[in-house]
Write a protein that binds this ligand. Sequence first.
Ligand SMILES: Nc1ncnc2c1ncn2[C@@H]1O[C@H](COP(=O)(O)OP(=O)(O)OP(=O)(O)O)[C@@H](O)[C@H]1O
Ligand SMILES: [Mg+2]
Length: 247
Amino acid sequence: MITVKNLHKTYPGALEPSLSGLSFSFPKGRIAGLLGPNGAGKTTTISILCGLVRADSGDAQIFDLHQDAHHREAIKKMIGIVPQQIALFPQLSALENLTYFGNLYGLKGKPLRTKIEDYLQRFGLEKNGKKEVYKFSGGMKRRTNIIAALLHDPQLLILDEPTAGVDVQSRNMILQFLREYNQQQGVSILYTSHLLEEAQSLCEEVAIIDQGRLVMQGQPLQLIQQHPECRNLEEVFLHHTGLAVRD
Ligand SMILES: Nc1ncnc2c1ncn2[C@@H]1O[C@H](COP(=O)(O)OP(=O)(O)OP(=O)(O)O)[C@@H](O)[C@H]1O
Ligand SMILES: [Mg+2]
């Protein structure tokens, strides 16, 4: 699904590097988790994979295509991105927002409208399509933000903390959707989080990163079994990343 090799990134003017030789990979068709504390480099890694941020050195590949000027457009069509910050026009309705994002991918007319209505229904938003997004709850905004990334049928869906700031009901709906989307449509999913319990139940494979480096990678149950003193993924995570608060 994705491979990153020896990625280095220091933002202009920053004193510390954000990524210091990060390498990991996930096979196609999986639900994979990129986990780490605040500031670990999750969003930076995803941004490099998507072509939004340029690495200082190293290599990022999606489905065997290198992220470079030559493949940028092809990769853009293959992936759907749900950013960490809600990226919707607050004054526009959900329908208007989603029509706009569909148009960006060349979708239009009745097929687009039908697709949007199907997804609004699937995400429990069918009664709110015409409402302006600034009137939505946090969970409704998140669900709309996810739909925006699905309209062009990506082969890889990348979600940056998709359950941040949502209630239990919205969270369950989002996680259940991701499981079904992966199983029924075979779409690969890369998800970031620092919610370890959630990641343990959702992900088949995880990579834990800290301070821009890989700490460990594997299947959640295997990682727990490798640490007899740990009862769950959170304890494994804390065992390796420590209790100190992060900036
Ligand atoms: N545009 C930027 N300019 C300067 N430094 C940045 C920029 N974006 C991120 N950083 C720094 O890079 C490091 C990694 O940030 P990043 O956002 O990738 O982490 P993260 O794992 O996504 O964290 P979070 O869980 O808080 O979302 C942090 O120290 C952050 O302050
Ligand atoms: Mg982040």
